[in-house]
Design a binder for this molecule. Structure first.
Ligand SMILES: NC(=O)c1ccc[n+]([C@@H]2O[C@H](COP(=O)([O-])OP(=O)(O)OC[C@H]3O[C@@H](n4cnc5c(N)ncnc54)[C@H](OP(=O)(O)O)[C@@H]3O)[C@@H](O)[C@H]2O)c1
Length: 331
């Protein structure tokens, strides 16, 4: 098979499209012929050796933790999946500690696969799992929100952000979405955001509070963070607000005044998909598919690149897409 192999050197330009051995399924695994694979910032962080925690697979390695494929081989002990079935990969060690989706074939534990979502295209399904599972967890990791609470989403045009906007709106909440792009802010309103602001305009926390008065932000889903944005997110929170930290694209927070948390009884907590078991991911996936089905929302695909153009797809991801960047692996 052909696969994008990574030898462990820092940088996307060290990925090579080359021949690699075909996978053989171990017990409990199935081999998928990959139809579509989708990119995540975590793939780039791995390739650039700046993953948030030092978990590195043996090399050569194949990246890619999202995608859909068609079953071509079934290992011993797998009961409910058959050759010819199409499946979507749910968040797992695939692409992280074991070979991932940027290959023509991949062997995956059956427990990490789910049926294709009804009514979604292959492209839409291929990039949904990491983003929607992250958003769902970030929205539900605290005590349940009261109906029509206010949810703030930073980096709202990204994979996690779009999912959080759609899910929070579908759950009946008022969504405040941040994006640096005017065109994306417009699109976010179409996706369900009631208010949108530019995070580079330092007055956004004040304007958010004015717009929401007297109700404050109850929950923030923050995939950006960093020394500038996180203090502003804290400033925008209402009483007893909760901040779900999902990512740190904004860089480190070098100085932090903990006193800002006391007066409004705020809580900050990390969401980590790696904490959840495959069974928990499957249950969350079913829940979020139900929420999406009731609202009619579907994943947003920014662009689809040919398999051979994976490096260009990574460039697109770095340039600030709206929704998911996908590669078509099947010829
Ligand atoms: N904890 C977990 O288990 C987990 C799971 C999934 C993802 N993550 C992390 O969550 C973060 C978001 O993931 P994603 O897939 O949504 O990423 P993404 O698709 O790249 O989108 C992130 C969005 O954030 C905005 N952004 C990027 N850099 C920024 C900066 N320096 N300052 C302000 N805004 C910035 C951009 O929107 P605009 O250009 O429109 O402003 C961008 O579209 C990543 O760090 C990812 O690794 C963590």
């Amino acid at each position: 098979m052909k696969a994008w192999l990574w030898g462990g050197e820092a940088g996307i330009d060290h990925l090579r499209l080359t021949e690699a051995p075909d996978p053989v399924p171990n017990e409990g695994e199935v081999v998928l012929e990959v139809d579509y694979a989708a990119l995540n910032p975590a793939d780039r962080m791995m390739a650039e050796r700046r993953y948030p925690y030092p978990v590195y697979p043996p090399t050569p390695h194949v990246l890619g933790r999202d995608g859909v494929g068609t079953v071509v081989d079934v290992g011993r002990g797998v009961k409910d999946i058959h050759v010819g079935d199409q499946r979507v990969l749910l968040r797992s060690d695939v692409g992280l500690l074991r070979w991932g989706m940027f290959a023509e074939r991949v062997s995956i534990p059956a427990i990490n696969l789910a049926e294709m979502p009804v009514g979604w295209t292959e492209e839409e399904s291929s990039g949904a799992s990491v983003g929607y599972l992250s958003a769902y967890r970030a929205l539900t990791m605290w005590e349940p929100l009261e109906p029509n609470s206010v949810v703030l989403v930073t980096g709202a045009s990204g994979g996690v952000g779009v999912a959080a906007v759609q899910l929070a709106a579908a759950m009946g909440h008022t969504v405040v979405a941040l994006s640096r792009s005017e065109a994306k802010r417009q699109r976010l309103k179409e996706l369900g955001a009631a208010f949108t602001f530019n995070p580079e305009d330092a007055s956004w926390p004040t304007r958010t509070k004015q717009a929401l008065n007297p109700q404050g932000v109850k929950l923030a889903v923050d995939g950006v963070g960093g020394g500038t944005l996180l203090p502003q997110v804290i400033e925008a929170m209402g009483e007893s607000g909760r901040i779900s930290l999902v990512g740190n694209l904004g860089g480190p927070v070098t100085s932090f005044e903990t006193g800002t948390l006391f007066s409004r009884w705020l809580r900050i907590g990390a969401m980590a998909l790696s904490l959840y078991t495959p069974e928990e991911h499957r249950a969350a996936w079913q829940n979020l598919l139900g929420i999406m089905a009731r609202s009619g929302a579907r994943p947003l695909v920014d662009s689809v690149f040919p398999f051979e153009e994976l490096p260009q797809a990574f460039e697109r991801l770095a340039s600030g897409p709206m929704g998911k960047v996908v590669v078509k692996v099947r010829p």
